[in-house]
Design a protein around this ligand. Structure first.
Ligand code: FAD
Length: 622
């Protein structure tokens, strides 16, 4: 009958690595089967992990003891906390990584995971059992591998086709074969298959860039790790550069649109709205004179044969000669040599509405899908899904029936899966803070407090993190309880140098901490026990204090929203004039013109946060 595993994971990208490691951590005997072992953990596009919204996902993956944060810390060569000047809820930690070090870190973490076997091979077919559920995966080498559950994480590989100007080539990504057999096997299950596309920019020879003429962008000093388990970042840090397209660049692109595959009809699939190609940007934002480009080194100096630079912001599938002219038109890149041209890739994905919230295919028991195959884009989105699919697959293989799900109120990963399985996708889905209606609560800084306890219940958190988490969570809970209970009169606060309204009403410490003027040594003098808190516990207390009034108001807004489901939207409403709606939300509402707030909520892609803004507008107009 051949070999048998509890869980088999197909694909060793970001979804597959997390799925396999999570299933194994949950105690399932797991096999990770992928095309090439040396490309396990490959970053197919930009050499960076995290960012706004995405950084939240990385911290959540980390909180459930996933790999991504630790791998990014081991490989990181340029760290930046994005949105530092904004509130803690929308700050996004990001790390640029040395590509080779990132692969090595993922491979090392996988190799040291108990219960996990890793093998090179190609999944070509699927076998169903008597209950129509998945029973085995069939490999290109002719082997049948039995499994209790299967997780498919084939990324951009399913009937993948690269486009570079008029050139077309079947491929999963540069240098890798497309997955044809597996795509046909999935289609044979009668699953809803669609096409999407994504793209990548040309890579440049770092020695041929005029760095002196380019604005330098250093990373944060000290760098802030992505993983809670990382004490400090050991790698030396690199400086990046910022340049921009010029009017001449746009003229070259406009003159070449008749050779651009996204405009000639050669590419049919929709591309990522939030990561458009440069030709798309030039057409869609015709009045913009420049588009920023971040020049990101792909490795530490001296480690690559040729130092490779990733020009972030100019992904393209224009013909080779046009790409060369485009690069030569950009300040600082006039002499830059292209090492590899940019390209777009079109691939099959499955409509995620065919999935349960556990990421199991409704119609095929014990078959799970995670990552780009579900219509998302991005390493972090893939990792979060992979982790959840791995946990659920292990649970299912052990006979469990109920789904292990994160709610929208507790995690960005919960928002991601809920959006996918309830709304589906019309374009590659990317995480944004605007998608999370509970974003004041779902912060990157409190992911562990939100989720590690859940991970302990599910069995996917190892003993080291468990011990650290328990100590920290207890300290935060105790400090918060004390800060909510302990009060001081305005007179006592004034005596300690804290300027508070002299209205005679005692304030809790948490209320006092929320006052901008009530910071610094005077606060510690009035409440001396604050001095004994560790910096991490103190930060949690300060952030909770900052958001407490908003969270209370938000809870009231959500309650009101439920009541206002039936609120009518006037026909003449100008969606473009509603504050707080993103361009995407405005476009979707303008196209659908829903008649009630409830109907607006059912327009595909409309976020609960957009509904709150719309409700506020209607209420003010009423
Ligand atoms: P992948 O990382 O693609 O991994 C798939 C894995 O499955 C690979 O290891 C592959 O070898 C394996 N595999 C596939 N089929 C089989 C099979 N039959 N048998 C065995 N193994 C198999 N993301 C962004 O956020 N922004 C971007 O601008 C962006 N641009 C991109 C441009 C390009 C050209 C590409 C290729 C990707 C781009 N991405 C971008 C997407 C990003 O790379 C993916 O979102 C992410 O890698 C998805 O992770 P994944 O694990 O789902 O799949």
């Amino acid at each position: 009958m051949g070999r048998m595993f509890d869980v088999v994971v197909v694909g060793g990208g970001h979804a597959g690595a997390e799925a396999a490691a999570a299933a194994a951590r949950c105690g399932a005997r797991t096999l990770l089967l992928t095309h090439r072992l040396d490309r396990l953990g490959e970053m197919s596009c930009n050499p960076a992990i995290g960012g706004v919204g995405k950084g939240h996902l990385v911290r959540e993956v980390d909180a459930l003891d996933g790999l991504m944060g630790r791998a990014a810390d081991a490989a990181g060569i340029h760290f930046k906390l994005l949105n530092r000047s904004k509130g803690p809820a929308v700050r996004g930690p990001r790390a640029q990584a040395d590509r080779a070090l990132y692969r090595a870190a993922v491979q090392g973490l996988l190799r040291e995971t108990p219960n996990l076997s890793i093998e090179e091979g190609v999944a070509e077919g699927l076998e169903r059992g008597p209950d129509n559920g998945i029973a085995a995966v069939l490999t290109g080498e002719g082997e049948r591998i039995g499994c209790g559950a299967l997780v498919v994480t084939a990324g951009t590989f399913l009937r993948g086709e690269i486009h570079l100007g008029p050139e077309r080539l079947p491929a999963g990504r540069h240098g890798d074969p497309a997955s044809i057999g597996l795509a046909l096997a999935l289609a044979a299950l009668d699953l809803p298959v669609r096409r999407l596309k994504t793209g990548t920019p040309p890579r440049l020879d770092g020695r041929t860039i005029d760095w002196a003429g380019i604005e330098a962008q250093p990373g944060d000093d000290p760098p802030e790790p992505l993983s809670w388990m990382t004490e400090r970042i050991a790698n030396p840090q690199v400086v990046c550069g910022i340049t921009a397209t010029a009017p001449g660049t746009h003229a070259i692109i406009r003159a070449s649109l008749d050779r651009a595959p996204i405009y000639t009809g050669q590419i049919q699939g929709a591309g990522p709205r939030y990561c458009p190609s440069i030709e798309d940007k030039v057409v869609r934002f015709a009045d913009r004179e420049r588009h920023q480009i971040f020049l990101e080194p792909e490795g530490l100096p001296g480690t690559e044969d040729i130092p490779t630079v990733y020009p972030n912001g100019i992904s393209t599938s224009l013909p080779r000669d046009v790409q060369e002219a485009v690069i030569a038109s950009i300040p600082g890149l006039r002499r830059a040599r292209i090492l590899r041209h940019g390209y777009a890739i079109e691939y099959d994905h499955l409509d995620p509405r065919a999935l349960r919230p556990s990421l199991e295919v409704r119609a095929v028991p014990r078959l799970f899908l995670a990552g780009q195959v579900n219509g998302t884009t991005g390493y972090e989105e893939a990792a979060a899904q992979g982790l959840l699919a791995g946990i659920n697959a292990a649970h299912r293989a052990a006979g469990g029936t109920e789904a292990r799900v994160l709610l929208r109120t507790e995690a960005y990963a919960g928002v991601l899966v809920d959006d996918l399985v309830t709304q589906g996708v019309t374009e590659p889905y990317r995480m944004l803070t605007a998608r999370a209606e509970h974003r004041l609560r779902l912060r990157a800084d409190n992911a562990g407090l939100r989720l590690t306890g859940r991970g302990l219940e599910w069995g996917c958190v190892g003993p080291e993190r468990a011990a650290r988490h328990r100590a920290f969570a207890t300290a935060v809970t105790e400090a918060l309880a004390r800060a909510r209970a302990e009060t001081a009169t305005p007179a006592a606060l004034a005596a300690a140098g804290l300027p508070v309204n002299q209205d005679g009403i005692p304030r809790t410490l948490l209320e006092v901490m929320a006052l901008p003027a009530a910071q610094g040594p005077a606060l510690d003098q009035a409440f001396p026990w604050l001095r004994d808190l560790s910096p991490g516990v103190r930060t949690q207390l300060e952030t909770e204090a900052l958001y407490a009034p908003y969270l209370a108001r938000q809870a009231a807004e959500f309650a009101a929203l439920e009541r206002e489901e039936r609120l009518r939207i006037p026909e003449e409403v100008d969606f473009a004039a509603i504050a707080g709606l993103s361009t995407e939300m405005r476009q979707r509402l303008c196209a659908a013109r829903p008649a009630t707030l409830g109907a607006a909520g059912r327009v595909p892609g409309i976020t609960p946060a957009a509904l709150v803004a719309l409700a506020g507008h209607l209420r003010r107009g009423a």
